[in-house]
Design a protein around this ligand. Structure first.
Ligand SMILES: [Zn+2]
Ligand SMILES: [Zn+2]
Length: 287
């Protein structure tokens, strides 16, 4: 069997032999799956394939049927199927779009709720502070009022007893002393009231995350990264056709056009800085 890589390629629809360019192809070598000319038949490449040769004109009907089948299948089945598939893919895409729109709405709505609840908790705490402060103030104020009442009483008694000392009867002196002995002179201590305290939550980030909720990302999407759009480093027109490009590590590029025999090295401005010529057309290049 001849290696395909050794055979020049006959372009689609070209009736000339790719090796013997002046001759028409007339046979199918079924062994090589190739069209060949009469000269080819006798050549080293195909001389053992004689049994597999068929006349080109003879297989036209058979091959035509294949094309007719393909055309029918394509028109009646494959194109409608593809169209259907495209429609259902678009539908699916819009379903996903709707899903993500709703997802975003939900997340934002949830955030608003979380903030409202946080504000409510804060408001409750602030209100508790007011209540505690009022209670404490009330207790101390009651104590002060009590002390002031005692002060008033003592001042009144003081002037009364001064008078008793000067002009009081024996009975009044006696009664006054009884009164003094019953008197409780201890001053009640200022109440020591515990104060409300506030301890900010530790690990706030993770608790808030727990409060906000979880977002679950499918593995396949986690690994999928949308490629960044390329950055254009330089742009230029090139006078010839280009069928293959090989970039060099220093930012230059080798170019070839399959219809000629040269390979050009260009710089980032598109200027040819090196040319290599080969003895036949160059189909493709690689580095
Ligand atoms: Zn030939
Ligand atoms: Zn052959």
């Amino acid at each position: 069997m001849a290696s395909i890589a050794q055979l020049p390629i006959r372009s689609k629809g070209n009736s000339k032999c790719s090796i013997h360019k002046e001759k028409d192809v007339v046979f199918v070598c079924q062994e090589c799956e190739n069209l060949i000319c009469t000269t080819c038949c006798l050549s080293e490449n195909h001389k053992n394939h004689i049994d597999s040769l068929r006349e080109l004109s003879e297989i036209k009907t058979e091959k035509t049927n294949t094309i007719v089948d393909f055309v029918n299948d394509t028109e009646k089945v494959n194109i409608p199927k593809l169209n259907q598939e495209i429609i259902s893919s678009r539908t699916k895409m819009s379903t996903y779009k709707t899903h993500y729109e709703n997802l975003r709405k939900n997340i934002i709505e949830n955030n608003i709720q979380c903030k409202l609840e946080l504000d409510k908790l804060t408001e409750d705490y602030i209100s508790l502070c007011h209540t505690m402060e009022a209670a404490t103030t009330d207790i101390i104020q009651t104590h002060i009022t009590d002390l002031e009442r005692r002060l008033d009483t003592l001042r009144n008694l003081l002037s009364e007893y001064k008078q008793t000392l000067q002009i009081g009867t024996a009975v009044l002196v006696y009664d006054s002393v009884s009164e003094i002995q019953e008197m409780d002179s201890t001053i009640p201590p200022t109440p020591d009231i515990d104060m409300a305290e506030f301890t900010p939550g530790k690990d706030r980030q993770s608790l808030l995350k727990q409060a906000v909720g979880n977002i679950i990302i499918p593995d396949e999407l986690l690994r999928y990264t949308i490629p960044d759009s390329p950055t254009v480093m330089s742009e230029f027109t090139y006078p010839d056709d280009i069928t293959s490009i090989c970039l060099t590590s220093d930012g230059r590029a080798w170019l070839c056009d399959c219809s000629n025999d040269t390979v050009n090295l260009i710089n980032t401005k598109g200027q040819v800085i090196q040319t290599i010529q080969h003895n036949s057309d160059i189909q493709d290049i690689s580095l």
